[in-house]
Design a protein around this ligand. Structure first.
Ligand SMILES: [Mg+2]
Length: 224
């Protein structure tokens, strides 16, 4: 019997991809407006090279961009990008439209709720607070060390023991087969793969199929 539902955070409870896309675009426009000698297309291309090269958690993407495109390496331009980026990120940190309804409904039905996510704890908590979700969950487990990241089973086991249930008594909901679903299945949880209509992630043979496939969070109310 399922007693708890655990959620991934990014792209499961809110649209992280849209948020990052819009924030990068606004940052590029702000940097060009502040004197970055580039057109938007070339700046976009260069930034995506830098992000690909340095990884998305690197702190100085805009410094690298300005260094690459601007002979004077103007720090004011970097700052303009940083401000626009953070403003846009804040504006787009809103839960998926069915998230609150689903969480409230599950709580009313007696399920314990949790978040299991990878990342820098203060950053992940900042998102949860800004999303207005900080009081919905009985436990929030943030795998901080890359060695413990999902699909490692440790965060799933920690989350279950936090709320005194056995892993088999829980359902994990996430958008990524190779992290969320793989780790949860290995730990012994039931799994629901959230595939929003625009996404086309398919299992590649190495990743497991989830027990359920859902296209929105509301679908959980039917499954459970
Ligand atoms: Mg995710």
């Amino acid at each position: 019997m399922i007693k708890a539902v655990f959620f991934d955070l990014d792209n499961t409870l809110y649209d992280n991809s849209l948020q990052v896309r819009v924030a990068r675009e606004k940052a590029l426009k702000a940097m060009i407006d502040s004197g970055l000698p580039s057109d938007i297309e070339s700046a976009r291309k260069k930034l995506s090279e830098i992000v690909g090269d340095k990884g998305s958690n690197y702190q100085n993407h805009f410094n690298e961009l300005v260094k690459a495109l601007c002979p004077e390496n103007n720090i004011k331009i970097v700052a303009a990008g940083v401000v626009a980026y953070h403003d846009a990120k804040k504006d787009h940190l809103i839960p998926y439209s069915d998230a609150i309804h689903t969480l409230l409904n599950l709580r009313e039905r007696g399920y314990q709720l949790g978040i299991i996510t990878n990342g820098v704890p203060v950053k992940q908590w900042e998102k949860i607070i800004r999303l207005g979700l900080k009081d919905f969950f009985h436990t929030v487990v943030i795998a901080e060390n890359p060695g413990d990241y999902k699909p490692n089973t440790r965060p799933y086991i920690t989350a279950s023991s936090d709320i005194d249930i056995r892993v088999e008594e829980s359902l994990m909901v996430g958008d990524r087969l190779e992290t969320d679903i793989l780790g949860a299945k290995t730990a012994g949880m039931k799994t629901a793969h959230l595939l929003r209509p625009i996404k086309t992630e398919r299992t590649n043979g190495k990743t497991p199929e989830a027990d359920y496939r859902i296209s929105c969070l509301n679908d959980l109310l039917r499954i459970l």
